[in-house]
Write a protein that binds this ligand. Structure first.
Ligand code: NAD
Ligand code: G6P
Ligand code: MN
Ligand code: MN
Length: 434
């Protein structure tokens, strides 16, 4: 049978993953699921691990669930390693979100200064995990959910020799489900040509029942009463219709931070002063979720998990693993090495793009190039990710300042330095390289 290891197993998202494995058991016969965490996460691991065991028992399956703080023991002979850890927990995310606001800059988990710092904390850990994998499970696939997933994939491609890495995000599948819902059709009738970067992906064309439908969909999207499409963690501010018509592509929900910077900053300030930043809201959600998970009579994924931003997370992860295992050659959007798929992005960089998923991994479907209006921003974010990854690996202050300053959400080198200094101090417990 298949051995799966999930690092950050104490995450409240774990029941999503377990539900996905249960649903696909016939084609994806998992014999062992190892949930790995660290001492700070032990209590969460035990609670969510208990629920995972009850879900599997309720389904009548014989998947053996192991809970451990010993990553090396877990990794031995793994087939697939999924990662969903958060260095510094939600407390660190709350700092990523609050500190930039003081300087008039967006505070967000994966964008701007917050995204930079989540990367600085995460990249050294993922590279350590890879060292263990080289020794203990050299043939395994690494499927990384840990954010910032694009920057993390970039770092793995550039600073390790590990080839079997795939970065994964629920945004593309979320867009597809949202569009199908707007059109009132089953999701499998909709196809989207996706290309870009993680949290910066565009739907370049939309097809309905195999027929090109982009213009009709854009007419619908830009009509007055339609949502512009979003997820639980991003406020649904509407796009200017003329902007979308001229762009003739579908931006992802995260593009609001770039195309609506002022409005999103105002929304964040308002939230920070009222219900709290997203991390602070999620801290409460998480507490309630773990209260539910503790209930011994619960043996399913509770619907309350839908309040988190990770909807369809398990479909993305499980469909990917299933297609690799069964060599399905279907199309899924994932983060992988560009290899010429997008002309204006370096060959050796990570892109998020539709791929054919084979037993040898994802094969990106070449698009030529991105529309000219989107190209510059995508290249700038890619440059930011590269410089940020270099800073994470070297611990070099000047490189970190360079990354902060070239980020489009940061308005000046002086502001960049002030934010950098305060955040380096606030996060120093999780930044041993600096
Ligand atoms: P969380 O705060 O619940 O963290 C998950 C677990 O990671 C915790 O139990 C924590 O103790 C553990 N952890 C921290 N450092 C670790 C380490 N070094 N080794 C092993 N475990 C460690 O986080 P969450 O809200 O469930 O999110 C988990 C991660 O997944 C985050 O990085 C988040 O950004 C990411 N995420 C990504 C997507 C995506 O689209 N790619 C979707 C949802 C969540
Ligand atoms: C979306 C993104 C994830 C992100 C999540 C945040 O799903 O794709 O990358 O981690 O939202 O959700 P949260 O509930 O933690 O705010
Ligand atoms: Mn994501
Ligand atoms: Mn800037």
């Amino acid at each position: 049978g298949i051995k799966i290891v999930t690092i950050g197993g104490g995450s409240s998202y774990t029941p999503e993953l377990v539900e996905g494995f249960i649903k696909r058991y016939e084609s994806l016969p998992i014999s062992e699921l190892w949930l790995v965490d660290i001492p700070e996460g032990e209590e969460k691991l035990n609670i969510v691990g208990g629920l995972a065991k009850r879900m599997i028992q309720e389904a009548g399956l014989s998947i053996k669930v192991h809970l451990t703080l010993d990553r090396r023991k877990a990794l031995k002979d793994a087939d697939f390693v999924t990662t969903q850890f958060r260095v510094g927990l939600l407390e660190a995310r709350a700092k990523d979100e609050r500190i930039p606001l003081k300087y008039g800059v967006i505070g967000q988990e994966t964008n701007g200064p917050g995204g930079l710092f989540k990367g600085l904390r995460t990249i050294p850990v993922i590279l350590e995990i890879i060292k263990d994998m080289e020794e203990l499970c050299p043939d395994a696939w690494l499927i990384n959910f840990t954010n910032p997933a694009g920057m993390v994939t970039e770092a793995v491609l550039r600073y390790s020799n590990w080839k079997k890495v795939i970065g994964l995000c629920n945004v593309p599948v979320g867009m597809k489900m949202g569009i199908a819902e707007q059109l009132g059709v089953e999701a499998d009738r909709v196809h989207i040509d996706f290309a870009g970067l993680n949290h910066m992906i565009y739907g370049l064309d939309i097809y309905l029942d195999g027929e090109l439908f982009t213009d009709q969909y854009i007419d619908k999207l830009t009509s007055e009463d339609e949502s512009s499409g979003t997820m639980q963690n991003i406020v649904d501010l509407k796009w200017q219709p003329e902007f979308i018509k001229a762009l003739r592509a579908i931006p992802c929900p995260y593009h609001r931070y770039y195309y609506k910077t002022e409005e999103m900053f105002a929304e964040e300030m308002k939230a920070a002063e009222t219900e709290g930043t997203r991390a602070e809201v999620v801290q409460k959600l998480e507490k309630d979720l773990f209260e539910l998970y503790k209930d011994e009579s619960l043996a399913i994924k509770p619907p309350q998990l839908e309040k988190r931003g990770g909807a369809y997370y398990s479909d993305a992860a499980c469909n990917l693993i299933d297609s690799i295992y069964n060599d399905r050659k279907d199309i899924q959007p994932v983060n992988t090495i560009n290899n010429g798929a997008i002309d204006s992005i370096p060959n050796e960089s990570a892109v998020e793009i539709n791929c054919v998923i084979t037993k040898d991994g994802p094969k990106p479907i070449a698009i030529g190039d991105l529309p000219v209006a989107t190209r510059g921003l995508v290249q700038q974010i890619k440059s930011f990710e590269r410089v940020a990854a270099e800073a994470a690996v070297t611990g070099d202050y000047e490189t970190a300042l360079l990354a902060m300053t070239i980020n489009p959400l940061v308005p000046s080198d002086t502001v960049a330095k002030a934010i950098l200094d305060e955040m380096l101090e606030a996060h120093k417990a999780h930044l041993p390289q600096f």
